[in-house]
Design a protein around this ligand. Structure first.
Ligand code: HEM
Length: 234
């Protein structure tokens, strides 16, 4: 276990843990987006998918705990590194002209905080459903059975302009965070060599653009009335 303590307490170890947990979180974000895009395939398809995800409670909770652990480690390590960097230079440079740093790289802390705030709202909105308790009543009848009507919840959710625009802004900031984070992870893993750089320098921005486009399409299309509510939905 000593190696694990050493890994977690050294700054390179913290960076490696941030990169590894970041890979897990990016994989979740991409997978979640692909799943959610089924909203365009209609109510039956999205609700069936949501029902499938919820069907094995044991597996669902194992995945939730793994994601929560990855997220907590990622946030903890990034906070510790930021505080350590600040402590190493308590008095900032008088004339600091950033060299080779970008607006995004200097604001990772800000975009990361926005993602955390978005996620808190998102879970209260669509998972715990406390912001809109009426979502708890939404069910789809399938023969004699009923299942949660995730489709109607998402469509009703994004028909509220404030909610839709909040998601769009949060997704743009998530994109900025991902773009730099993925490039940074390659650097940490030693893959940013001249041989691999032509590929690695594109993976971050390309992934970010795909995630932003995929995720903003849903609130924008729904807000524009392009995704129908089922007849009788209130
Ligand atoms: C437009 C974009 C998004 C849509 C439409 C969306 C939709 C949803 C819906 C409908 C649920 C509840 C599923 C259910 O109860 O069956 C959910 C849960 C969740 N979403 Fe999203 N989501 C979006 C973006 C994101 C992003 C960017 C993240 C991460 C940064 C995220 C993280 C989560 C998490 C962690 C859960 C809880 C999963 C669980 O354990 O049940 N979502 N999302």
């Amino acid at each position: 276990m000593r190696w694990l303590t050493n890994l977690a307490t050294s700054s390179i170890g913290a960076k490696v843990l941030m990169a590894l947990t970041g890979v897990v979180l990016v994989a979740f974000v991409v997978g979640h987006m692909i799943g959610n895009l089924q909203v365009f395939a209609g109510r039956e398809v999205l609700n069936h998918y949501a029902e499938l995800l919820q069907s094995n409670r044991g597996v669902l909770w194992a995945i939730r705990l793994f994601l929560l652990g990855s997220f907590a480690t990622h946030v903890f390590m990034s906070s510790r590194l930021t505080l350590q960097n600040q402590a190493a230079r308590p008095v900032p440079y008088v004339n600091q002209v950033p060299i080779k740093s970008t607006f995004t790289s200097r604001n990772m802390w800000v975009t990361g905080f926005v993602v955390l705030a978005f996620l808190t709202f998102h879970l209260l909105h669509f998972t715990v459903r406390v912001t809109h308790p009426e979502y708890q009543q939404l069910v789809e009848h399938v023969g004699p059975e009923t299942r949660p009507d995730v489709y109607t919840m998402v469509v009703m959710g994004f028909r509220e302009p404030v909610v839709a625009i909040t998601y769009v802004v949060a997704m743009l900031l998530l994109g900025l965070h991902l773009s730099h984070a993925i490039s940074s992870a390659f650097q940490t893993m030693g893959l940013n060599t001249s041989k691999y750089r032509p590929i690695t320098e594109k993976v971050g921005p390309v992934t970010a653009v795909i995630v932003v486009i995929g995720n903003v399409t849903m609130p924008l299309a729904i807000l524009a009335g392009k995704v129908p509510l089922p007849p009788g939905a209130f």
